[in-house]
Ligand binder design. Structure first.
Ligand code: F6P
Length: 540
């Protein structure tokens, strides 16, 4: 189906032509109660979407597009365990990872929920033993360092969440993450650590990923250089994977492997066993609280009518800017230093899911798909790139995320932080006219430079406090928002073939870099010259 040729899409296009130039100043003047009306509350998330360039007609028209695209049908198929990841013939069941004990979600006729809880129970048992000191290293020392080795979905989620929930983590243990094949990542993460106190979690869905396996073998050498006994691997290495055979080949006891399943996509996996490092950090109870948060948002997404469904609403607003206003990017601006890795996590979630240019039937799409996602915590970004959002030539829709209660109530820091959070969307929406600037006595020559056009759209999400429970709600909200957009664009949000070509070419190039004699090179002239130059300087 070409969504852009449906009457529903065309209706949005005609509406867009009518409202595209309306200014938020005018919209707020015309509807003074907009800030109270255009809001939605789910669990602990209060969403204010009033500062979007929409009128009362916009959302119903976009909702008609969602209906036409079959968003809720695809959602129901996902929850029912149907194989909606068509190119890999897999179910898409991250929602089963947080399904309550006793519920039923079937894949190929088998209920997967008991397996999920079996693994969660094993993780909890392991986490309790490590945290209490019952699990000891080979030489009898307590584990003081936990290093997760993984990349992409096997790194970004636990890394983001360990930082987000640092306030409730076990400070006795240091948590580190190694992802990059750049040896400096390994070197820095292990520097100063004692192997006898260090536990490695090798996290890889496939257990074949070049970066992860290279780092895992280096970790083994590093540990054995200190512990000098092959049998030490059992206490210092555990694995998280779907590939038991490769885990055994690496030498990790299957008893120390925590399983997940091919129906969990890497970027949707941090609440599976991939979150083992996180469970070690926040404890099984903290992890369960987080799963409850996910579950709350899953239930909302599954059951709320389209017009009151927060992920669908946010997904459709994204479509509005991406496909009608032509916005190329989307900024995620959390006002919490603990959410320093949120945007990196959401980049993979969104860009690996929806960075596609053929539809589910394999035809080229005739509309824009996933946006470029970027951003950093406020207020830091305000002193860097907000200039461009305020006065540049690009339209950059932004999500502001803030918390009413601080994790650490120090002086007036939190009120100042939040004052900035509230000020930015206000400034972005309403700007400052030339007349207002001139009235302040600004010299005429400077007026254009100090004028703010405004009319920059934002969402503001206000949560009570950053906790495992609210983090779970927030992440599930973004997962389902990305889902909604993929469904509207009729793309498969669950494969990632686009990462394969570069990986394959690197496999050809690696031996060419390492060969002793000058190898025959069969590349384009640019790549050949670069390889030659590297080889000659590398030897120096
Ligand atoms: O290269 C992309 C990717 O396949 C991601 O989708 C995935 O999260 C990451 O690599 C890591 O894969 P694995 O968990 O199999 O090591």
């Amino acid at each position: 189906m070409r969504i852009d040729e449906t009457p529903e899409w065309e209706a949005v296009a005609s509406h867009f032509a009518e409202v595209r130039d309306l200014h938020l100043r005018q919209l707020f003047a015309d509807e003074p109660d907009r800030g109270d009306r255009m809001t939605l509350e789910v669990g602990d998330i209060y969403l204010d979407y009033s500062k979007n360039r929409i009128t009362a007609e916009t959302m119903p028209l976009l909702e008609a597009v969602a209906r036409r695209a079959g968003v809720t049908e695809l959602r129901d198929a996902m929850f029912a365990g149907e194989k909606i990841n068509i190119t890999e013939d897999r179910a898409v069941l991250h929602v089963a990872l947080r399904a309550p004990r006793g519920s039923v979600i079937e894949v190929d006729g088998a209920n997967v929920v008991p397996e999920v809880h079996h693994v969660l129970d094993r993780m909890a048992d392991f986490a309790r033993r490590v945290r209490s000191g019952e699990w000891i290293g080979h030489t009898g020392d307590r584990i003081r360092n936990v290093i997760n080795i993984g990349i992409g979905g096997s790194d970004l989620g636990p890394r983001m969440a360990c930082e987000a929930l640092r306030d409730v983590t076990d400070r006795y243990i240091k948590f580190r993450f190694i992802s990059n094949i750049d040896g400096t990542d390994f070197w820095e993460a292990t520097r100063g650590l004692d192997p006898s106190e260090t536990l490695f979690i090798i996290s890889s869905k496939t257990f074949t990923t070049l970066e992860t396996m290279t780092n895992a073998y280096t970790a083994r050498e590093w540990a054995l250089a200190g512990l000098r006994d092959d049998s030490a691997i059992a206490q210092h290495f555990v694995a998280v994977s779907t590939n038991a055979a490769e885990v055994a080949k690496f030498g990790i006891d299957p008893q120390n492997m925590f399983e997940f399943w091919d129906w969990v996509g890497g970027r949707y996996s941090y609440d599976s066993a991939i979150g083992l490092s996180l469970m070690l950090a926040v404890g099984p109870e903290g992890f369960e609280e987080m799963l409850e948060g996910f579950r709350l948002m899953d239930e909302h997404f599954r059951t709320a009518p389209i017009g009151e469904n927060m992920p669908i609403l946010l997904g459709l607003l994204g479509v509005w800017y991406n496909n009608f206003f032509g916005a190329e990017t989307k900024a995620i601006l959390p006002y919490s230093q603990y959410l320093a890795h949120l945007t990196a996590y959401l980049q993979q979630l969104d860009m690996e899911s929806n960075g596609k240019s053929v539809d589910r039937e394999g035809n080229p799409v005739h509309w824009q798909t996933g946006p470029i996602v970027w951003g950093q915590p406020g207020t830091n970004g305000q002193h860097a790139y907000y200039q461009l959002i305020h006065q540049g030539t690009k339209l950059i829709p932004a999500d502001f995320i803030g918390f009413c209660q601080p994790n650490h109530d120090i002086g007036n820091h939190h009120d100042l932080l939040m004052a900035n959070l509230f000020a930015q969307p206000e400034a972005l929406a309403f700007g400052k006219t030339a007349a207002e600037v001139a009235a302040e006595g600004v010299p005429a020559a400077q007026v254009p430079h100090r004028t703010f056009a405004g009319n920059h759209p934002t969402n503001t999400m206000l949560l009570s406090k950053l906790t495992p429970h609210t983090l779970g709600q927030l992440i599930a909200l973004y997962e389902h928002t990305v889902f909604t957009q993929g469904a509207v664009w009729n793309i498969n949000s669950f494969d990632q073939w686009g990462v394969e070509l570069g990986k394959k070419l690197a496999q050809t190039i690696a031996p060419e870099l390492m060969a002793g004699d000058d190898p025959d090179l069969d590349h384009d002239s640019s790549t050949t010259a670069l390889i030659r130059r590297y080889r000659s300087l590398r030897r120096d």
